[in-house]
Write a protein that binds this ligand. Structure first.
Ligand SMILES: [Zn+2]
Length: 192
């Protein structure tokens, strides 16, 4: 038996169903990056920051699954598109036993969306956390995208801050001949 991370009551899951209902109901926000590329986020960063910070701990995988079930999964169940779409987690290679963006992409599995795994890699694994836009622009992640087929993609990441990472991933996908249609992120960390 464990206790709910949020209310501390006895629970069978890390965040009890009552707290999931009370605190993890998403509020969608939309941003447009360069070339009007649309990014939909499900939470404000501040709302779920302590949960996102579990990413590199032993409970990170379970917490990301709970967040994904409450946001991306519901989105995908209510989403339809004329042509098949594929979901790709940005930089979904395994760092700590699991790839957090792969968990997010997987939650999008639905009639219209098929997740793809291990297609995008960063040539450079520097952390952008707390770094300025200038730093981010100077130190590119050097994404490469590998897929012999040309498809319409949804890019998936956990946090959007400046949008630099998503735009870099978008360029890598375009270079490989696929088409990014829009992006989904768990949380928008934009200030103000
Ligand atoms: Zn609870």
């Amino acid at each position: 038996m464990i206790r709910c991370l949020l209310c501390k009551k006895i629970s069978f899951v890390l965040i009890c169903q009552t707290c999931q209902n009370n605190f993890l109901a998403p509020t969608l926000t939309t941003r447009y990056l360069a070339d009007d590329f649309k990014v939909i986020s499900f939470y404000r960063y501040g709302e779920i920051a302590p949960l996102l910070k579990t990413k590199h701990t032993h409970i990170g995988q379970a917490i990301y699954k709970i967040l994904a079930d409450n946001s991306l999964h519901l989105f995908a169940q209510n989403f339809s598109f004329d042509t098949p779409l594929y979901a790709v987690g940005i930089d979904d290679h395994v760092k700590h036993g699991y790839a957090h963006t792969a968990i997010l992409a997987k939650a999008l599995q639905s009639e219209s969306i098929t997740p793809l795994f291990r297609k995008m890699r960063a040539g450079n694994s520097i952390s952008y956390a707390g770094k300025s836009l200038q730093y981010r622009l100077k130190h590119k992640r050097n994404f490469s995208y590998h897929d012999s087929r040309h498809r319409d993609l949804i890019l998936v990441d956990d946090i959007i801050t400046t949008g630099t990472t998503i735009l870099e991933a978008k360029q890598a996908v375009e270079k490989a001949g696929s088409t990014p249609v829009f992006a989904l992120t768990l949380a928008d960390a934009r200030e103000g």
